[in-house]
Design a protein around this ligand. Structure first.
Ligand code: AMP
Length: 185
């Protein structure tokens, strides 16, 4: 399954909680990129400027990374994708990858939160963490990019009948409970 939602919607947190709940791995492209930056690897150096400016990492880099991860043995029994796909080219790439690994997408869980709440949450996170992309200008840029590039792909998953909307407002526990209910649908 995959989780889609704007920055600040809590998709990373919910993806992790759901992966523990389901006993499957979670693949978060944003987390992987941040870790590579922290470790100072060649990939980290390549993606750092994109992360800092709130832009998407080029598809060629992201797709290659996801292709490698999804072919790993520990994901054979299923996985949760957090933060991928993020545009229509990545949707096609994911289909091609899954056709080879033999997996099928069961569900695209969309977390919805209104914009003002998103900005408020992102500013709170900025105060708590040292994420280089948590400044107000960059947050607004990331949000705009989400509506431009990522939100349109939800209609593709709606058409294929696997899109489930979950209200992402309220506490972490409330959203988790709603997500677990959504899994049973
Ligand atoms: P996230 O933690 O999902 O908010 O991602 C943080 C940053 O990582 C994004 O702002 C992008 O720069 C980069 N990133 C994560 N996932 C992708 C993706 N699927 N395609 C391109 N860039 C990505």
């Amino acid at each position: 399954m995959l989780i889609i939602g704007p920055p600040g919607s809590g998709k990373g947190t919910q993806a992790e909680r759901l992966s523990r709940h389901l006993g499957i791995s979670c693949v978060s492209t944003g987390e992987i990129f941040r870790e590579q930056v922290r470790l100072g690897t060649a990939l980290g150096r390549e993606v750092m400027a994109h992360l800092d400016s709130g832009d998407l990492v080029p598809d060629s880099v992201t797709n290659e990374l996801v292709r490698e991860r999804l072919n790993r043995e520990d994901l054979r029994n299923g996985f949760i994708l957090d933060g991928y796909p993020r545009n229509s080219a990545q949707v096609s790439e994911l289909e091609a990858i899954l056709a080879v690994t033999g997996h099928r997408l069961d569900m695209a869980l969309q977390l919805t939160v209104d914009d003002e709440e998103l900005i408020r949450r992102m500013l709170m996170r900025a105060a708590l963490t040292r994420r280089s992309d948590d400044t107000e200008d960059i947050m607004r840029h990331r949000l705009a990019l989400y509506y431009q590039e990522t939100h349109p792909i939800t209609s593709l998953y709606l058409q294929s009948g696997i899109l489930v909307n979950v209200d992402g407002s309220g506490t972490e526990d409330q959203v988790f409970e709603r997500s677990v209910v959504a899994l049973t649908k």
